[in-house]
Each structure stands twice: as C-alpha cells, then as structure tokens.
Design a protein around this ligand. Structure first.
Ligand SMILES: *Cc1c(COP(=O)(O)O)cnc(C)c1O
Length: 401
C-alpha cells in the first residue's frame, strides 16, 4: 500500500496562467523597476479599496516601511499582540522603538479593545505611538473598537493584514481589509503559504499620499529622482534652470526593499484568482467545522468573529490534558499519516530575545491559546476527501490516548 501524498498545513496553488505571466516578464525588457510593479500596485489597491498600494520585498519589509513612514524612533513604544509571527514585533525594534505586548482573546487569538487598553496601561505614559493589530488566521480584529481606543491616546494603527487578504470587517461586510478606514496603513505578505503567492513579496496599502511617497522612497535607498523635490537646487538644476538628466538625491537613509517585475507579475496573476481561492478556503473551513463536530469538546474550532473571512489557516483548539495526549505526539502521529500540522504561534513575549529585553511576564490569553492551538492543512487545492481524511485521523489518534 502506498501512502497518500503528504498534506502540508498550507501551500501555494500555481497554474499555467501564472507561469505564462512570469515567463512574459522574463522575455520583456524590465525584470525589475518596470510596468508589472505599477500594475500589481494598482490591482492590489483595487482589491482592497485603498487609495494606494506600495509593493515591496516581503511582509516584513512592508511592516518596516510602515513604521519608518510613521517616523517611529528610539524611545517610542509600539503595541503588538504576543500571538503573532515574529515580524509584527520585530519591525518596532528595526527603528529602535520598544514593544509593549498586548494579550489576546484566548478563543480567537485576536487583540481586542480591552487587551489594547491593558497594554497601553503597561506602557510608559505618552510614549506609545503606534499599535499593530494582527488579523490572525484571516479573522479581522474589531478595528472600530481599536480605533476608538487609539484615538483617545493619539496612537497610530497599522494593520498586520498578512493573514487577511480578502477578509471583510465584521459588522461592515462591504469593506475589505486593507481599505484602511480605521488605520493609517495595512501590511500584506505574499509568501507562498499566504493566500496569494509572489515567492517573496509584500505590500503596504494606505490612503495617505505622503506616507505612500515616503515608503516608495525608503524602499529604494531613500533616493529622490524628481528635481522638483530637490533640497539642493544647484545639484538638481543646470545654471539655465533646466533639470540635470543624471539627477538623484538622498536626504534620508533607505533600503532596497523593491519587489521585482517577476514577483509582481506572479502577484497580479494570482490576485485575479483571489475570489476563487477565498471561496474554496471558505468551503474547506465549513467542511472541517462539520467533520470535527463529533470531536467536541476535545477539539473545538476557533470562536468566529463574523464577516467574510479570507481564511489563511484552519486552527483548532485542543484540550490536550483531557485527551491524555501531548501535542508533539499528536503532530508526529498525524505526520506519520501524511498530515502536516503546525503551531501558530509561540507567544512572542516569551521569545528569549524579548524576555532578555523586557523580563518574563504572563499574558494568559496568548499563553492559553498557544497551549491549545493546532493548524490543520488548508489550501485551495485540497479536496473534500482530504478534509475527511484529516478529521478521521485526528479522531483516531486522539481516541488512542
Ligand atoms: C507572514 C507574516 C509576516 C511576514 O511576512 P513575510 O512575507 O514572510 O516577511 C508578518 N506578519 C504575519 C502575521 C505573517 O503571517
């Protein structure tokens, strides 16, 4: 008997049209800095309803560009939930700011207005300048509620939307995540495990044209090429007042965080399929919910926020003590049956780096979520039968104790 193919917890779906889109760029004059970048930025702005989108090299560089664009600096503090990928917190450290970790709702993993208030109270008075709520697993945070808290403290909100391309806000189902109605910017990742793949890639959406221009400058070394924006006209202009053709100028240090045309062509091609990717992810989530019902209360799906969810991960919360089985043993047993699982995430405030910086403290919601969570395979190319197979294997392994 041959084993069924390994089901990873997440995977990209690349079709012939994606391959053709990339091949077309490879045969074009511009591999980077060309029209495919603008096209991708316009398509993403349209998909999210934001005025502008700035493409860059990863979700991590998107977060870095956003905090740079806000002018955050040493001495400032940034609130980030502990239950997230490292990059959400690390971007504050890139600019020398400090992180204040917010707890999360243990049933959703999301930062809430209450856990936000609690984090602000633990911060230094007047030093919390920004907060980065994370739309974990694809479920959106209560942005209205977070905005109300932020507004009373003069805090800028940047959404970490890396999980939530295609999600709409609960209670506001016509507004997609990334429209930035209640935030200054939203950051996306197009790593292959996310809903739309670029290989490596990211973007920031915003409605603020000054912020967008700053981020575009900083993703390209801080370089300014428009002579009209020069701070030293004698460098920019010839004695007769005409612009020097070689003009470029740097007034602040930037990075090379550009996304290439090759990556952006893949991004645009994938973005066209976002509605079908989302639909399939939602179908699979509904199938999982039904198939896992018999395993309650040992295995429970996440509490649901409502709204249309662009599911990135399918996470269940498992009562391992009641199951009499550890998570590592469960993961190994599932892996032996060809089922890949993962834990998203180890709470960032417990990372040795952050414990050395800020000491050991307890965030009970994040720690409770972490102890119980397991991500099961979820990607659009999965079949209905795959979901049944995962649910059955999970039930069998848990019953074995
Ligand atoms: C993937 C991810 C990032 C980082 O994106 P990269 O493209 O891998 O740099 C940041 N935050 C969250 C929540 C993510 O899932």
């Amino acid at each position: 008997m041959t084993n069924p193919p390994m089901l990873p917890y997440g995977r990209h779906v690349i079709d012939d049209d994606d391959v053709a889109a990339v091949a077309a760029v490879l045969k074009s004059p511009a591999l980077t800095g060309g029209p495919a970048v603008d096209q991708f930025e316009r398509a993403l702005a349209e998909a999210t309803g934001a005025a502008d989108a700035v493409a860059c090299s990863s979700g991590t560089s998107a977060l870095h560009l956003a905090v740079l664009g806000l002018g955050l600096k040493p001495g400032d503090q940034v609130v980030a939930p502990s239950l997230t990928f490292l990059a959400t917190a690390n971007c504050a450290r890139y600019v020398g700011a400090d992180v204040v970790f917010a707890d999360v709702d243990p049933s959703t993993g999301l930062m809430t207005p209450d856990t936000f208030r609690d984090a602000i109270a633990r911060g230094a008075p007047g030093r919390v300048k920004a907060a980065i709520p994370v739309h974990l697993n694809g479920q959106a945070c209560d942005m209205r509620g977070l905005r109300d808290v932020a507004a009373t403290h003069g805090i800028a909100l940047v959404e970490d939307a890396c999980h939530a391309l295609g999600t709409t806000y609960p209670g506001n189902d016509t507004v997609p995540v990334g429209a930035c109605r209640d935030s200054v910017a939203a950051c996306f990742s197009f790593h292959p495990v996310k809903t739309v793949a670029m290989g490596e890639g990211g973007a920031v959406t915003t409605n603020d044209p000054v912020l967008a221009a700053t981020m575009r400058r900083l993703r390209g070394h801080g370089m300014e090429r428009n002579p009209e924006h020069s701070s030293v006209p004698e460098f920019a202009l010839a004695p007769d007042g005409s612009p020097n053709p070689w003009f470029y100028e740097m007034n602040e240090v930037g990075w090379n965080y550009r996304a290439s045309d090759i990556h952006c062509a893949l991004g645009s091609s994938q973005l066209k399929k976002l509605p079908q990717f989302l639909r399939r992810r939602q179908e699979l989530v509904a199938l999982y919910d039904a198939a896992l019902k018999p395993l309650a209360p040992l295995v429970r799906p996440l509490a649901r926020t409502g709204g249309t969810v662009g599911w990135h991960l399918y996470v269940v919360l498992i009562d391992f003590a009641a199951a009499g089985k550890g998570r590592a043993a469960l993961m190994r047993a599932l892996s032996a049956r060809g089922i890949g699982t993962q834990v998203h995430y180890f709470p960032v405030h417990l990372q040795p780096y952050y414990q050395r910086l800020y000491g050991r403290h307890t965030l009970p919601g994040a720690e409770s979520y972490y102890r119980r969570c397991l991500s099961l395979p979820l990607f659009p190319a999965m079949s209905d039968t795959d979901v049944g197979r995962v649910a059955e294997a999970l039930g069998q392994v848990l019953r074995q104790g």
